[in-house]
Structure formats: structure tokens, C-alpha cells
Design a protein around this ligand. Sequence first.
Ligand SMILES: Cc1cc2nc3c(=O)[nH]c(=O)nc-3n(C[C@H](O)[C@H](O)[C@H](O)COP(=O)(O)OP(=O)(O)OC[C@H]3O[C@@H](n4cnc5c(N)ncnc54)[C@H](O)[C@@H]3O)c2cc1C
Ligand code: SF4
Length: 330
Amino acid sequence: MREFEYRRVLDVSGAVALLDAEPDARFLGGGTNLVDLMKAGVERPTRLVDVRELPLDRVETTADGGLRIGATVTNSDLAAHPEVRLRYPALTQAVLAAASGQLRNMATVGGNLLQRTRCAYFTDVTQPCNKRAPGSGCPALKGEHRNHAILGASEHCVATHPSDMAVALAAFDAVVSYETAAGPGELALTDLYLSVGDTPHRETALPPGALITGVTLPPAPVAANSRYRKVRERASFAFAIGSVAAALDVRDGVVREVRLAFGAVASRPWRARQAERALTGGPASAEAFMAAADAELAAAEPLSGNAYKVTLLRNLVVAVLTELAEETAR
Ligand SMILES: Cc1cc2nc3c(=O)[nH]c(=O)nc-3n(C[C@H](O)[C@H](O)[C@H](O)COP(=O)(O)OP(=O)(O)OC[C@H]3O[C@@H](n4cnc5c(N)ncnc54)[C@H](O)[C@@H]3O)c2cc1C
Ligand code: SF4
């Protein structure tokens, strides 16, 4: 049993100051990932700063008609919020496809975005792992990598980011707000996660000690016709082996606007911009959906054991966009 200090905070500046003063401190959301990692010896914080009583637990409409989601909103409350369900249904579906009811009741938005990879070597401190112990190697390359990355990985790490929520947020151009001792800042969600390169231990572009305060969704009428589809090895309580968040606006058989993001294929939610470009202004047909998926997945570099993900993603894109196209045509 390792000793650590536990502090509960009521204001944002107090939270940031407590983390700033202690290099090995961590913010504690629902604890559903961090506490597991502490038990495994992967995380060894000297101080936990519990953020759950900060005044960041609301979902509010912004002046321009978007939504502002506080960082301590629970995953359950986010999924159930009427404005989210109505205007960004893929986000509700993504959150409900994750974990279990009990976990979603505890888990927060900020913690969900910063949850760590589920690579088994990362969570086993007896194994080498470049992400946990830089320079020690990546046993997943020749070992167990069935659910590892096919896009944007490197020879140093092929782990995926496990969040379902982040995939829908990426499709909807979400912006993450944070606070540091030096002041506030913002990052597009798609820029929150760093490329793997040769520094897989550096996972986000957040400044050290940054407290995520919320996520803003800009208004996006196309998001009302959106869907999240997740494939996993059992029907519930399992991480994705591939997922797609999609939104589609079709008029007279032509794609006016499309949003597409993939999950469980990279170290970050993968916004499929190449596929979006290929589709916009063209026919809303299964052939076009497949060609767009292929254009995006042309960059895939699967390992020996996870090439199935390329086919899986292509089929997911075609299925989800076909469903959305049929619904807009009604
Ligand atoms: C059995 C199981 C199954 C799961 N299945 C899925 C799944 O299918 N899909 C999925 O997406 N997730 C799944 N999860 C993961 C779950 O969604 C995450 O554990 C949860 O969202 C993390 O939120 P939390 O508030 O508990 O974070 P915590 O565990 O409290 O924190 C996680 C990390 O975020 C940091 N942090 C927390 N809040 C902030 C903040 N405001 N600012 C800055 N840093 C912060 C912490 O310091 C820590 O590093 C599963 C978890 C379990 C245990
Ligand atoms: S894939 Fe990444 S997290 Fe997994 S063992 Fe390799 S370096 Fe570690």
C-alpha cells in the first residue's frame, strides 16, 4: 500500500494550485480508470485532487446555439441530457455503448477523455512498454495486438485510445477548455491527443497540470442525423474493436454535409477528413461510401494480427452511412 494525500476542492483555481504545487499529483474524477491504474502500480500519485465537487457539472446551451458540457458531468448525465439526445444523438449512443451503468454513473467527461490505453502490456508493470517506461520497447508489435492501431501508429507504440465518447466529440468539432496556473486555454478535441511518433508517453497537448473544465460543441444541424456504431467482442461491458461516429445531410441524393470519425483504430479518435472530402457533393450511394472509406483507410498499416480492422471499418462506414441516408430520404 502506497501512501498518498487526498484533497477535495470546491473551486477551479484551488484545484489547479494544488496540482501545480505537487509534480506527482493527479486530478481524480470518478476514479474508474485512475484508481485501477494505481492498484496495478502504473500510476503512483503522491496526491489526488478530487474534482467532483467543482462547479463544472452542468450541460448548458451556448449563445450561438451549441452546447457547453462541464468536465465533471457524469457520463450517465451526459447521455441522458435531452439536448444531447435530440441534437447530437451519436454522442448519447457513444456514451451508452461504453462500460456499464454503474461505471457511467461515476465516470466524468474530463476523466473519460484522459483515460489511458487498454493495451495489456501498458497495465502490466512486469512488461516493457514505451508508453509507461520510455525506451523499454513495445512488446505488442510482435505480441498481442489484435485490438491495436492500424492508423497513425509508430514503431514505438501501436496502442489505441479507448474512449467511445471522444469519437463522437471528434466528429462534432468539439473544443476542450482547460485551466492552468498560468490561465485558461482551449484545444480542438482532434488536437488534444498527440501523434505517437517516438514519444508515446506524451499523450496530450495539454500543458502540465491542466484541469479540463469543459467541452464545447459548436452548433451543427447535421449532427441531429447522426449515429454511433460500435463493434465489440461481446454485447456489453466491452471496449470497441472498431467504431464509427457519423452524421449525414443528403438532399436529392447528393451529400451536402458529412461527418465521420473512427474509434479503436489509432492513439486518438480518428477524424476521417479524407473520406468526408471524397463524399461531399457526390452521390449518397453504397459505392460512394465504400470508395470514401477505402480512401481513408488507404493509409492503414495493420500488423499481422489486426488487418481485420480495415475490412471491419469499411463495412461499418457503409452500413452506418447507408442507414443515415435512408433516414434523411424519408
Ligand atoms: C470495466 C470497464 C469497462 C469500460 N468500458 C469502456 C468502454 O467500452 N468505452 C469507454 O469509452 N470507456 C470504457 N471504460 C472507461 C471509462 O469510460 C473510464 O474509466 C472513465 O470514463 C474515466 O472517467 P473517470 O472520471 O472515472 O476518470 P478517472 O479515472 O478519475 O481519471 C482518468 C484520468 O483523467 C484525469 N482527469 C480526470 N478528470 C480530469 C479533469 N477534469 N482534468 C484533467 N484531468 C482529469 C485523471 O487524473 C486520470 O489521469 C471502461 C472502464 C472499465 C473499468
Ligand atoms: S502498444 Fe504502446 S502501450 Fe502497448 S506495449 Fe507498445 S508501447 Fe506500450
